[in-house]
Design a protein around this ligand. Structure first.
Ligand SMILES: Nc1ncnc2c1ncn2[C@@H]1O[C@H](COP(=O)(O)OP(=O)(O)OP(=O)(O)O)[C@@H](O)[C@H]1O
Ligand SMILES: [Mg+2]
Length: 286
C-alpha cells in the first residue's frame, strides 16, 4: 500500500488526467481490455432521499480534502457498495459519482474477466487490479454477486472460490486514488466477508409517494411536458409501489403518445391508471 502522502500526490496527477506512464487514463489498453467506458446511467439528476444524498456528498467531499487527510496519514473513502432492486438507480449513481469526482467510469466486463480456462480468471483479476493502481478511474463492478458470492456451501471449490478470495484481497489493497463501486441486486448472495471492506454501503431506498412525485416532476421537466388532471394523489400513491425505472419508462411512454396527438399536457388520471396496472402486475409476479 502507498502511504497517505503518496496517494494524495497520485490523486492530484489523476485529477490532472495523467498518471504513471504519463498516458491519459482513457487510452490505457489493459483497462480497455477488461472494462467498458459506456455510461448506462442517466444523464439527468437522480432523485435520492436526503440521507443517501448526504452520504454520497460526504464520500465525495473527502476526495477534495485528500491533502489534509494525508497530513494525518489518512486516505479518503474510496470503496462504495450499493445494493437494491433492479431499476433503483445503482448504475445511474455510479455514473453520477464518476461525473462528480472527475474520474472516468470504467465498468468491468465480466464476460472478459471470467474465463473457463484454469487459472485465467485469477490472472485477469490480477492484471486488471494491478493496472488500476496506476490508472485513476471509477471502477464499477456491476452484478458483484456473480464474483463476490458466498464461498460457503459452493461446490465449485477451486476457480470461483479462489477468484472471490483474490478479489477480496484486491479490494483490501485498493489504491484510494481511484473509486471502487460494487453493485448488486442480490445482497443475500454476497460473501459476508466483503461488506466491511467497503467504506460506504448504501441500500437503495424503498420508494415513497414523495419520491415518486419528485421523479415524475423531474422527468416531465426534462422532456418539456406538463401534468393535468385531478387525481395527482392516485398517481403518486401507485407510483410509490414501482421502481424509479418503471416510473420514468411509463411517463416517457405516455408522453410519446401525447406528443404524437399534438399535445404537451399529460393526463394524470391516465398516468395513475397505468401505474396501478403495473403495480398490480408487479405484485402478481412477486
Ligand atoms: N433515483 C432515481 N431518480 C430518477 N430516476 C431514476 C432513479 N433511479 C432510477 N431511475 C431511472 O431508472 C433508469 C434505470 O436506472 P439504473 O439503470 O440506474 O438502475 P439499476 O439499479 O442500475 O438497475 P439494474 O439493477 O437493473 O442494473 C434510469 O435511467 C433512470 O431513468
Ligand atoms: Mg444497473
Amino acid at each position: 500500500m502507498n502511504d497517505g502522502k503518496d496517494n494524495a500526490y497520485t490523486m492530484r496527477l489523476a485529477q490532472a488526467g495523467h498518471i504513471g506512464d504519463g498516458k491519459p487514463a482513457k487510452a490505457d489498453t489493459v483497462i480497455s481490455q477488461y472494462t467498458d467506458d459506456r455510461e448506462d446511467g442517466i444523464g439527468h439528476e437522480l432523485i435520492l432521499p436526503p440521507d443517501i444524498r448526504s452520504a454520497v456528498d460526504r464520500f465525495l467531499t473527502e476526495r477534495d480534502h485528500a491533502d489534509a487527510l494525508a497530513a494525518h496519514g489518512l486516505n479518503p473513502a474510496s470503496k462504495f457498495l450499493m445494493t437494491g432492486r433492479p431499476g433503483t438507480g445503482k448504475t445511474s449513481l455510479a455514473a453520477l459519482i464518476s461525473r462528480r469526482s472527475g474520474l472516468p467510469l470504467r465498468t468491468i466486463r465480466l464476460d472478459r474477466l471470467l474465463n473457463g480456462l484454469s487459472g485465467k480468471t485469477l490472472e485477469n483479476i490480477g492484471i486488471l487490479f494491478d493496472r488500476m493502481r496506476f490508472v485513476p478511474c471509477v471502477l464499477f463492478l456491476d452484478e458483484a454477486d456473480s464474483l463476490l458470492c458466498s464461498r460457503r456451501g459452493r461446490d465449485d471449490v477451486s476457480e470461483m472460490r479462489r477468484a472471490t478470495s483474490l478479489l477480496l484481497q484486491r479490494i483490501d489493497d485498493w489504491n484510494p486514488m481511484g473509486i471502487l463501486i460494487a453493485a448488486s441486486n442480490m445482497p443475500e448472495l454476497l460473501d459476508p466477508a466483503m461488506f466491511r471492506r467497503f467504506d460506504l454501503r448504501i441500500s437503495m431506498p424503498a420508494m415513497t409517494g414523495n419520491l415518486a412525485e419528485e421523479i415524475i416532476m423531474l422527468r416531465l421537466d426534462e422532456i418539456g411536458m406538463r401534468l393535468d388532471g385531478r387525481h395527482f394523489e392516485n398517481a403518486y400513491e401507485w407510483g410509490s409501489r414501482l421502481t424509479p425505472a418503471l416510473i420514468v419508462r411509463t411517463v416517457d411512454g405516455l408522453a410519446r403518445e401525447t406528443i404524437i396527438r399534438g399535445g404537451d399536457v399529460i393526463d394524470v388520471d391516465e398516468l395513475g391508471r397505468r401505474f396501478g396496472r403495473l403495480a398490480a402486475g408487479q405484485m402478481r409476479d412477486e
